[in-house]
Design a binder for this molecule. Structure first.
Ligand SMILES: Nc1ncnc2c1ncn2[C@@H]1O[C@H](COP(=O)(O)OP(=O)(O)OP(=O)(O)O)[C@@H](O)[C@H]1O
Ligand SMILES: [Mg+2]
Length: 240
């Protein structure tokens, strides 16, 4: 009888431990399936929609059309599509790697527009760089800032910079996107219909960063994001 009680007790303990450590096994499978499906959609988008945009651009390709709004819109579509495909198919990499991929994508468009890019990446201490979801959010923020430079600034120079903030004892990163264009006509956020800037602020908030915009008519625009390295605990942002 005592043996039976012991056996029941032991199996109850095992069940309790299993209950405490139980997590739905389906999660890992679902995540893998979602990843695979994302990659498939990314491939389809790239091959089907991308090739149509390239064809349309070829049809309109002539020196006279270089600044035509339709050509500029198609170029922007192509850039957005490439970046979207990149985000959908690649979930890894730190912020410096993601920004390097972004640079590779935007360089041809900047060249076409005659915008000179100054690229400053002071990332020796790569250990402390934002990764995964943090890196993704910050890269998308820079992407929208660049998209705004292309759409609104009429700039001839663009600077993208990532460096540790030495003033803070290197516990923070400074991420900066600056152009020498026409500047914002109204104060950031004032009567603005677009979603880009508010999305940028939302992304900064999601990674616990502080974002500010310095812009004056005729004096260019500067987006500054201060990223606190203490925010990189893996649980701060749920991976999407
Ligand atoms: N680099 C910039 N230079 C000049 N003006 C800018 C710049 N960035 C933003 N703006 C101004 O700020 C406004 C708001 O930008 P936001 O990205 O929120 O909206 P949008 O670009 O107009 O639309 P959306 O991003 O939703 O497609 C722009 O319409 C533009 O007038
Ligand atoms: Mg915008």
């Amino acid at each position: 009888m005592e043996l039976l009680n012991l056996a029941v007790g032991a199996s109850l303990v095992v069940m309790l431990v299993r209950t405490l450590y139980w997590h739905p096994r389906r999660n890992a499978q679902t995540a893998a399936a979602v990843r695979k499906e994302r990659q498939r959609i990314a491939g389809e988008l790239h091959d089907l929609v991308g090739s149509q945009i390239v064809n349309a651009l070829l049809l309109l390709d002539s020196p006279a059309n270089r600044l035509h709004p339709a050509v500029r819109t198609l170029e922007q579509c192509m850039l957005d599509l490439r970046l979207l495909v990149e985000v959908m198919s690649d979930q890894k990499g730190d912020l410096a790697e993601k920004l390097a991929a972004l640079r590779y994508r935007i360089q041809p468009v900047l060249d076409k527009r005659g915008i000179c890019l100054t690229w400053i990446m002071d990332v020796d201490d790569g250990e402390m760089l934002p990764r995964r979801a943090h890196a993704r959010e910050l890269c998308r923020l820079v992407q929208e800032a660049v998209s705004n430079v292309l759409q609104h600034s009429r700039a001839t120079h663009l600077t993208i910079e990532l460096r540790p903030r030495r003033e803070s004892g290197c516990t923070e990163w400074l991420l900066r996107v600056m152009d020498n264009g026409v500047g914002m006509r109204q104060q950031p956020g004032e009567g603005v219909k677009g979603h880009g800037v508010s999305n940028m602020r939302r992304r900064a908030r999601r990674v616990g960063a502080r974002m500010s915009i310095v812009s004056e008519e005729g004096m260019g625009t500067e987006i500054v994001v201060i990223v606190d390295t203490m925010q990189f605990a893996p649980t701060v942002i749920a991976s999407t």
